[in-house]
Design a protein around this ligand. Structure first.
Ligand code: FES
Length: 80
C-alpha cells in the first residue's frame, strides 16, 4: 500500500456511525440506521438513538426492551 499523498483518498462518510456499548445492557447506536431483522428484512430506524439488545432476553429482539435489567449478576444474590 502506498502512502503517496497525491493519491485520492476514499471519501469519508458524512456521518461516522457511533456505537456505545453499555455494561450489562444494550448497544446504543446513533440513528438513523438500517437494521437487518432476524427474518432478513431491513428496518429503517430514524430515532436519534437506537438501543440494540445484547442479552437476548428482549421480547422485541433485536431491540432492547429493558429485560436485561432483571438479570441477576453473579455475586448480587442476597441470602434468603
Ligand atoms: S440488552 Fe436490554 S433487553 Fe437485552
Amino acid at each position: 500500500m502506498s502512502d503517496d499523498s497525491t493519491e485520492p483518498r476514499a471519501a469519508r462518510p458524512a456521518r461516522v456511525p457511533r456505537v456505545t456499548p453499555l455494561q450489562d445492557g444494550p448497544l446504543l447506536m446513533e440513528g438513523p440506521i438500517e437494521i437487518v431483522m432476524p427474518d432478513g428484512s431491513v428496518q429503517l430506524c430514524e430515532r436519534p438513538t437506537v438501543a440494540l439488545c445484547t442479552c437476548r432476553r428482549s421480547q422485541r429482539f433485536p431491540f432492547c426492551d429493558t429485560s436485561h435489567r432483571s438479570r441477576v449478576r453473579l455475586g448480587d444474590e442476597r441470602p434468603g
